[in-house]
Structure formats: structure tokens, C-alpha cells
Ligand binder design. Sequence first.
Ligand code: 5CA
Ligand code: ZN
Length: 409
Amino acid sequence: MHAWPASEVPALPGEGRDLQIHDTATGGLVALDPGPVARIYVCGITPYDATHMGHAATYNAFDLVQRVWLDTKRQVHYVQNVTDVDDPLLERAERDGVDWVGLAEQETALFREDMTALRMLPPRHYIGAVEAIPGIVPLVERLRDAGAAYELEGDVYFSVESDPNFGKVSNLDAAAMRLLSAERGGDPDRPGKKNPLDPMLWMAAREGEPSWDGGSLGQGRPGWHIECVAIALDHLGMGFDVQGGGSDLAFPHHEMGASHAQVLTGEFPMAKAYVHAGMVALDGEKMSKSKGNLVFVSKLRRDGVDPAAIRLALLAHHYRADWEWTDTVLADAVARLENWRAAVSRPDGPSAEALVEEIREALAHDLDAPAALAAVDRWAALQREAGGTDEGAPGVVSRTVDALLGVAL
Ligand code: 5CA
Ligand code: ZN
């Protein structure tokens, strides 16, 4: 699949800082030390509805990771998937009486536009589940041949007990795992499974549903977790730097993915850091396509909201916090954007040197975007109240905010 166009990332004076980031698996900050090419996999959308602020907040977090790496003069190898066949997509298409392929294409196209408007850097490889099927089938066959998978009425399940490290990504107890499995796409109550938590690797063809040739697995379609493992291993290999998603992906999705990869390669962990963004809520409940309590990026854009203001609204919250979308959040961001734009519109101003370092330091320490915004606010207040004689400082601020925060002033 094609991704979306990249906005330019200006090079900044001085040196970037290495990223320390919270890793769900170890429960603490890890100092990442990527080579000259940092590798990141971010779980993509299931394209059955438009991009909402929750999605945008999560992609914003992983965009910051890349901007910090780029500032250290590294290249970034970024991979993202599109879950373009899965139960929720097929159910929505059925409900609305539309073709599931057309629905997926339309929502993926809108996602690309939203990401472009928000200046999110595009992945180098943007891969759909359907196009990944030829790579998924041999992995499932290998898991089965290794005794880590079994058949149940034609479907193929992964046995979580085959992985000695199972549980080490999300660190949850058995009861919590069972509950989340039922909530998030698993089927813990299906009779005949070896362990209720075992996830599906390959689903045998169902009447009226799309299916593909699975070689020795028979006609069917892939499970969700193996999709991301196949794409990540194919394009990044084991031991990449970050796997990212919202906190609702820690279990089961990232846990199961790590397990599949452990059995396939004998190595743990698949990613050096498992990074999870907090959940954005509306009216007290997690924003979700299934609940329908959504604020869409595209709707705000259609209403004339500047995408830079949307981005500032996201940046005003620490990526790990759960937070609530309100009209005030947006109004504050619009006011801040106006304030910053006025501050950089003069050719001179207070020195920007310390500000560049403050933003670098804030982001390098677990992506503290709110601290970065506060530092720019202070510089803008100084500009407004006292001004300054440093020729070109506003330009430096503008390029820094663009390069590190993805906000074009
Ligand atoms: N296709 C899978 C990942 S392989 C999937 O979870 N798709 S999704 O469309 O449901 O979600 C896309 C990303 O947005 C995921 O990282 C998910 O954790 C994140 N996300 C979904 N809802 C919210 C929310 N309310 N707040 C923050 N992030 C969210
Ligand atoms: Zn995924």
C-alpha cells in the first residue's frame, strides 16, 4: 500500500538527545540506543470508520519518537500496518450494506489525508493485512510444525503455554487477561481450546466471508496478532527498537505478538520497548468506534479548525495519560497557536538557544510534550512582553516547533 507524503523536517542547530521512554514490559524508563537506523513498528488502524482524536493522539506519540531520533541524525525505519480484513470491518460493512473492500479503501484514504494534515511522518512500509497473507501462512505453518499451534474445527490456535515468556509484556494476572481477552477480540469461552487465552492464528473460511488460500492451513483468513508479527519481522526483523500502540493493545495484541515471535525465533522481546499511549475519552468514556462517541479529525478540519491547532491539542497531554476531549481543550489549543504565530512573526526576539535545549530535554525524557509546550509559552510571553534583539530567533523557534513537535507556525 502507499503511505502519505512526508512533510519536511528542518535540521536544527546543536545536538539532539537520546530518547528515554517508558516500556510496559519492564514497567520503567529504558534508554534506547538505536543504531544509525532506528526501527519502529506502530500498529495501524482497522479502517471501518474515520480517524478520531484517540487514534490521532496515539499516532502523535509515535511521531514524536521519530522526531527525537531524526534530531539525533539517525534515520528511521518506520513500519505500520492496516488491518484491512477483520471481524469489526466485516461487521460494519454488513451493517451498512456496503462492500468491505470499498469501506476499507475509503477509510484508509481518509486516514492518509488526516495524517498528512496533522504532519505525521509516513511509514516507509505501509502494509495491509490482506497483502501480508502470503507471508503469514508460512509463519502459522511453522508454529504448528513446532507444536505451538493446534487445530479446532478447522481453525488454528496458538498455544500460549508454548511460550515460557508469555505474560511478560503486559504483566497482568490470569483473571485480568481473561477479561481483556473477551473484550478485545479473543474467544476465551470457546469450548475445546487448550487454554482460554489461546488466540486464533488462522480462521477457516466462513460462509459469506472473504477467504484466501492458506496452503496446508486450508482456505481462510489470518488472526490479528500474527498479522503484525509477520509484517514486523518481514520489514524490521527481531529486536527492533519500539513497538507502539494505544494502551488497549498491550494485552492481548502485543503480548500475543511477542509470544508468536518468541516461539518463531527463540528470542524475547520482539521490541526493545513496548510503548503505549493513554486512552482519549469523550463524555467520560473511552472514544471508540464500537461505542460511537467520536470526535473525528476530518470533521474538525471540515469545520475549519487548523490542523496545527488539533496537533497542539494532542501535544498538551502527556502521551501516557488518559485524558478527556472537550471543547476547552480545542479552544486552548487555538489560542496557543495564535499566540505562538504572533510571537514568531517578528524578525527578532529573545534568544532561542535555551528554548531549543529545553524542548529537546523535555521530549527525550519520555516524550514530555506538555513541558515542551510550556517552554515555548514562556518564550512567547517574553517576546510579547519584552521582545528581544536576537535576529533570526523567531525563525529558530518556528523551525524547532516544526521539527520536534510537527507544528507548522
Ligand atoms: N488495527 C489494530 C492494530 S493492529 C487496531 O487496534 N486498530 S484501531 O483502529 O482500533 O486502533 C488504532 C490505534 O489507535 C491503536 O493503537 C489503538 O490503541 C489506538 N486507539 C484506539 N482508540 C483510542 C483512544 N480512544 N485513545 C487513544 N488511542 C486509541
Ligand atoms: Zn497491531
